[in-house]
Design a protein around this ligand. Structure first.
Ligand SMILES: [Zn+2]
Length: 397
């Protein structure tokens, strides 16, 4: 039993298909082939809008879903991070209910896979039976060098809780640094040396104060350590950006997923590319979460600079603590509004094939290649093949 779909515009994960193409799938969404309309036979479902492989959300924190609406917009990163650390505790049932609700929202709005940051085991149960695919980024933080081993061991215990399950979704899990400003060199080294830790993500250059702290040892981040009562008298600034300071600690052929990149400059990209050229890291992807950047600090990444330097761009939503919804389509719409020169096909590629590649799921997801089961999304309320403010997306398989 096959299903056959056609629409005015079909994006296959890389580019637009010729007009009159028909997507043929098995009943459960396995891609069979792309046929021409005249060879596709009967029972072709004619849809209005854009057909695309389902979306990959490369950066989310499902376990923070209960914080939706609880932190004001435009606080800036330092106050936002402080509020997350001090306000994330809540009733276990409320946390669990919010996770399930947020996951359902993602399923409805066109998502198929998620790179999910985990500081706890709170998402293990819902993920066991989820029809979304996950890479679980177990996150560790600790800026005081003496705490490195105990922080790492705690993260390792969470990792083991995930991996001991037989559910496929929980097998894909690695240990990841939170951010340059929250992880000591010793802790970076423990993460770097951990066997099999081949896919590593990190919050990167989210605000100018992060680079300022590493370049000069001053700025708004001093307030964060003070608020958290962390004695940083041991700290010496490197004179380099945050990313360039910590890159030498990642040398184990990891694929890097750098998230936010609001203040990532040409020199930073060059340093990443040098690490790739010398075989120290295997790849780098730059994950944009524009709605979270607007929410937290009313800023946006320099998309043109990332594009001009041939970066692989992927998309994420961050958490409901810093976003009104977990929707990759809404991230694309925001980018198109602020960077009108971006083509819809570029945005869709970031949301599909690039995201699947970054999460190492390209073999099965991301494009309409025969044999894959990438999910099928219909985007409606478009103008031709261009997204509008009213566009909506839903999974049809
Ligand atoms: Zn995040």
């Amino acid at each position: 039993m096959y299903r056959k779909f056609t629409a005015a515009h079909i994006f296959n994960g890389f580019d637009w298909l010729p007009p009159n193409s028909v997507l043929i799938t098995t009943a459960d969404g396995g891609i069979v082939e792309i046929a021409e309309r005249q060879n596709a036979g009967d029972d072709v479902e004619i849809l209005d809008g854009i057909l695309s492989p389902a979306f990959v959300n490369a950066h989310c924190h499902l376990e923070l879903s209960h914080l939706k609406g609880s932190i004001a917009e435009h606080t800036g990163l330092v106050d936002f991070v402080f509020k997350i650390i001090t306000q994330r505790q809540a009733d276990a049932a409320a946390i669990a209910a919010a996770i399930v609700k947020a996951e359902n929202q993602m399923l409805q709005n066109g998502t198929i896979a998620v790179g999910d940051i985990c500081n706890t085991t709170n998402t293990i149960e819902p993920k066991k039976t989820s029809s979304l695919f996950y890479h679980n980024f177990i996150e560790v933080a600790g800026f005081v060098p003496a705490a490195a081993q105990s922080r790492f061991d705690a993260a390792l215990q969470i990792l083991q809780q995930f991996k001991k399950s037989t559910a496929t979704n929980l097998q894909y899990a690695t240990i990841n640094p939170h951010a340059p400003y929250s992880v000591s060199p010793h802790l970076f080294n423990l993460i770097n040396q951990y066997p099999g830790n081949s896919l590593v993500t990190m919050h990167n250059q989210e605000t100018p104060a992060e680079n300022e702290f590493f370049k000069t040892g001053s700025g708004d981040f001093l307030r964060l350590y003070e608020q958290l009562s962390i004695d940083i008298s041991f700290y010496k600034s490197s004179g380099k950006s945050s990313l360039q300071t910590i890159l030498p600690h990642l040398t184990n052929k990891q694929s890097l997923l750098l998230v936010h990149d609001v203040c990532t400059e040409k020199d930073d990209i060059k340093a990443v590319n040098q690490m790739i050229a010398s075989g120290l890291i295997s790849a780098a992807h730059f994950c944009l979460c524009p709605n979270a950047n607007l929410y937290i600090s009313n800023s946006l990444p320099n998309v043109n600079s990332l594009l001009n330097n041939q970066c692989s761009i992927v998309l994420g939503t961050d958490s409901l603590a810093s976003n009104h919804q977990l929707s990759i389509l809404e991230e694309m719409k925001t980018l198109q509004r602020h960077f009108p020169q971006l083509q819809t096909s570029q945005l869709l590629q970031w949301a599909t094939t690039n995201g699947a590649r970054a999460l190492q799921m390209l073999q099965t997801l991301g494009s309409f290649d025969p044999g894959k089961k990438p999910g099928v999304v219909l985007i409606t309320q478009v103008q031709g093949n261009v997204l509008t403010n009213k566009s909506t997306a839903k999974r049809i398989i």
